[in-house]
Design a binder for this molecule. Structure first.
Ligand code: TGC
Ligand code: FAD
Length: 391
């Protein structure tokens, strides 16, 4: 792969909207991605292996629990810093950002919000350092967009719960030490349980043959009469709103992350277009290529402003789930369109692993599907503005 010459576009001086702390956190993550992710990520994706060697570095830049209070090992940062970290990591690779999103928003967040003080103390500090890794099991083979229909269930056996069922498409599952599992009790009410690797009857087979998110490990969670101690149930919230509350946080991070992937594609295409000569002139001098590049920077700028404003509202506790859905949907679609256009600017070179664009493009096919599909987020906006659910 070519050396990482990335220069972040900031057409509207959005840096002026950021605090010194935001910029410091962002720049540290940017430097780390350049140093530790860019040199290895293409091989990891080609070999379809999650590069476990970067877990310590992710922890050091604050990617595990950026907004979790410091007393539990988190970085105690605000929502904009969290977003900027996700942006920089996804500039490197969406799969690496996935690992950080899951650990922070889908594992640490529910333990922090819905767990007991004992659970917080037991798990959060180790999750923050990466000593312990987690995954989040909501999706099932027959219940993807409609997780409320889940059939995974647990029964009260007096001194423990007995868990049965299966989850699929679970990021981090093959190597996770713990799984946050959403399952129904005997009354059909959804609860979150912390399931630990090593519990008898719990297995995590890896999902192979992915053309997308290849540097992220995906797997299933199988529960065959797993005895879960009663103290592993998170007591402070139940119902579908509990897992969906975690998704709000993860979807917000993706709204920023997708900007990173788009910035990398734009920056690569701009540099290539200035250097590549055809018909005796750089292709950047041709109107057709300028149209593509001009539209890309316009869309990136709009997405940056949307993410920043959403971050301000999140910091104030005012952002709604529907506002988060709009940003996730808009920014991921923006990124995937930019990846496709950028790929064309590179001509044949665009399909090779010498450049990051094709990898981003393939990754974004997962990003536009997980955490709620493109269609589901549109329907969430539709419901919000009409008051009529059309799912
Ligand atoms: P509905 O009846 O609308 O709602 C049920 C309850 O949930 C509440 N609620 C929310 N609460 C918090 N945050 C949200 N975003 C919420 N959305 C809804 C709602 O108020 C209600 O509460 P209550 O107290 O009245 O019971 O539920 P529904 O069954 O009609 O479904 C609504 C729908 C379609 C929006 C929802 O099911 C949905 O979002 N589906 C998409 C599923 C999804 O996003 N799955 C993601 C799986 S995890 C993943 O993909 C991780 S990838 C990680 C990575 O690698 O980065
Ligand atoms: P389906 O729900 O079957 O949807 C198929 C198609 O139908 C989509 O186009 C969808 O938009 C459309 N559709 C569905 N319902 C409607 C409707 N009402 N109206 C109109 N169209 C509709 N899940 C986890 O729990 N944890 C994870 O860590 C995780 N990681 C993932 C990693 C990867 C790489 C991938 C690909 C997925 C991951 N997922 C995870 C699962 C992901 O959240 C689901 O794939 C997603 O929610 C969609 O579910 P589905 O694939 O079953 O598609």
């Amino acid at each position: 792969m070519k050396p990482d010459l990335f220069q972040a576009p900031d057409y509207y001086n959005i840096d002026e909207l950021l605090t010194d702390e935001h910029k410091m956190v962002r720049d540290a993550a940017r430097e780390w991605v350049k140093r530790e992710v860019s040199p290895i990520i293409e091989d990891a994706a080609q070999e379809a292996k999650f590069p476990e060697s970067i877990i310590g570095g992710l922890a050091e830049i604050g990617a595990f629990g950026p907004y979790i209070p410091e007393e539990y090992g988190g970085a105690g940062l605000d929502q904009i810093s969290y977003g900027l970290i996700m942006q920089e990591i996804e500039r490197g690779d969406s799969g690496v950002r996935s690992t950080a999103s899951v650990q922070s928003s889908l594992v640490m967040y529910p333990i922090f919000k819905y767990g007991t003080e004992e659970q917080r103390k037991k798990y959060l500090p180790k999750l923050a350092t990466g000593e312990m890794m987690g995954c989040f099991g909501l999706t099932e083979p027959d219940y993807g967009s409609n997780p409320g229909g889940m059939v995974t269930n647990f029964k009260d056996k007096g001194d423990h719960y007995l868990l049965n069922g299966a989850k699929m498409w679970i990021s981090n599952a093959p190597f996770a030490d713990i799984a946050i599992v959403w399952a129904k009790n005997e009354e059909g009410r959804i609860h979150g349980l912390i399931v630990e690797r090593g519990m008898e009857g719990f297995t995590t087979p890896e999902t192979h043959n992915k053309w997308s998110l290849r540097a992220s490990a995906t797997g299933e969670l199988i529960f065959d009469n797993v005895k879960v101690p009663k103290e592993n149930l998170m007591p402070n919230k139940s119902g579908l709103g509990a897992p969906l509350g975690c998704l709000d946080s993860a979807r917000y991070g993706i709204a920023w992350g997708a900007i990173g992937a788009a910035m990398d594609c734009y920056d690569t295409a701009l540099r290539y277009a200035k250097e590549r000569v055809q018909f005796d002139k750089p292709i950047a001098s041709k109107q057709l290529q300028q149209k593509k590049l001009a539209e890309m920077i316009t869309e990136i700028t709009k997405a940056q402003l949307m993410a920043w404003r959403l971050g301000v509202m999140r910091n104030e506790g005012k952002a709604t789930s529907a506002q988060i859905s709009m940003a996730k949907r808009n920014n991921v679609e923006m990124a995937i369109k930019i990846a496709r256009e950028a790929r064309q600017i590179l001509g044949g070179m665009g399909i090779t692993g010498e450049y990051s664009i094709m990898r981003h493009m393939m990754n974004l096919e997962s990003v536009i599907t997980y955490e709620g599909t493109h269609d589901i987020h549109l329907l969430i906006t539709g419901m919000d503005i009409t008051g009529m659910p059309a799912f």
